[in-house]
Design a protein around this ligand. Structure first.
Ligand SMILES: CC(C)(COP(=O)(O)OP(=O)(O)OC[C@H]1O[C@@H](n2cnc3c(N)ncnc32)[C@H](O)[C@@H]1OP(=O)(O)O)[C@@H](O)C(=O)NCCC(=O)NCCS
Length: 317
């Protein structure tokens, strides 16, 4: 039973019951309140001191959207150098608006988690952006993200409804048009190859988690937060009974983390897409071109098989 194994590993790592025999450890785990187990998981994933992992709720919605908008506009190797009318700050605001329905959907799924600064004593936690002011710099916007949430891993069930674009604001596809090319190409390549490990019948709710959003606040990047959160999410989804996680990556660090999960989980890279090699027909007057400009990123579609792929047998076709 994955939840118990994972929990025992977490508790062993937390050193609180290491000396006890395995059966006794399992009994201890069964009797534990969820909050204590969550703490043990966090320790297991080696989260640096001063941070904790919590499930995201509606009260975090604006913070999530700001972290996504800011990191995608200023830090993403795919989009940070792409030209944008109004500049990167305007793009961050447009992304912030565009993200609302999908962020809400992922939060409401109950499958999305974040890393928080543990003891937030600074001030009233608040997003202080003025989305009408395009003159703010990257650093201004970071300072105005005056809240304890610093890293997010957004997810939903693969069978969740597809959302339409927002009417009042630019859609994600309008903000970063080549994004659709990456998704389409990764899916096409993955589905057209012999992929026995992850071939499955149409998934049912509860089978596959669709990960969609890995972002760390720029001032907290490079500390291992995204990795710790990823390991936590893998263990947590296994515990919830999911068999697989599907993720598209657009960053080498994210690829590294998700393509190399800790045991008992394993990963299969279903497809890769190199932005630097991509040429497509542009508007008639421009001829063929690369819509990714200077971005040289290997994007990937990864299946994480949870708990040594225990559920794969059930779903393989
Ligand atoms: C990509 C991103 C999520 C990484 O978050 P993070 O919390 O800084 O990542 P971590 O610190 O957990 O690092 C994960 C791995 O990448 C490495 N890494 C992270 N930042 C690095 C850097 N600037 N240079 C070199 N290596 C780096 C870490 O060493 C770690 O490797 P390890 O597991 O071998 O130690 C974050 O930088 C970000 O939000 N980027 C912009 C948005 C984006 O592109 N998101 C990805 C969409 S798929």
């Amino acid at each position: 039973m994955p939840s118990l194994e994972v929990g025992v590993r977490a508790l062993e790592s937390a050193k609180c019951i290491k000396s006890k025999p395995v059966q006794r450890r399992c009994d201890v785990l069964r009797a534990m309140p969820p909050s204590r187990i969550a703490m043990a998981y966090a320790e297991f994933a080696r989260l640096p001191d001063g941070y904790e992992i919590r499930q995201l709720t509606r009260e975090h919605l604006k913070w999530v959207r700001a972290i996504v908008g800011h990191t995608m506009s200023f830090d993403s190797p795919l989009w940070r150098d792409a030209p944008y009318e109004g500049g990167a700050t305007q793009r961050a605001y447009d992304m912030y608006h565009a993200m609302k329905p999908s962020s809400k959907q992922c939060i409401d799924s109950g499958l999305s988690y974040g890393v928080f600064i543990k003891d937030w004593t600074k001030s009233e936690a608040k997003l202080r952006w003025n989305v009408e002011d395009p003159s703010c710099t990257r650093d201004d916007l970071l300072k105005q993200m005056d809240f304890p949430l610093v890293s997010v891993a957004m997810s939903k069930d693969l069978t969740a409804d597809k959302l339409g674009p927002r009417k009042k604001f630019k859609s994600w596809a309008e903000i970063v048009p080549p994004h659709g090319t990456i998704s389409r190409e990764l899916k096409r390549k993955d589905e057209s190859r012999q992929n026995r490990e992850v071939k499955h019948q149409t998934p049912q709710a509860g089978d596959v988690v669709r990960r969609s959003g890995t972002h760390t606040h720029g001032d907290h990047a490079g500390k291992g937060l995204a990795r710790a959160l990823a390991h936590f999410v893998m263990d947590r989804m296994a515990e919830k009974g999911y068999g697989k996680i599907l993720i598209h990556t657009g960053d080498a660090h994210v690829h590294k983390v998700w393509a190399n999960p800790p045991a008992p989980h394993t990963a299969v890279v279903g497809a890769v897409f190199e932005t630097a090699n991509h040429i497509e027909a542009g508007p008639e007057t421009e001829g063929k071109h690369n819509p990714f400009g200077r971005a040289d990123v290997t994007c990937s579609r990864i299946w994480v098989l949870l708990g040594e792929g225990r559920k794969i047998e059930k779903t393989s076709g």
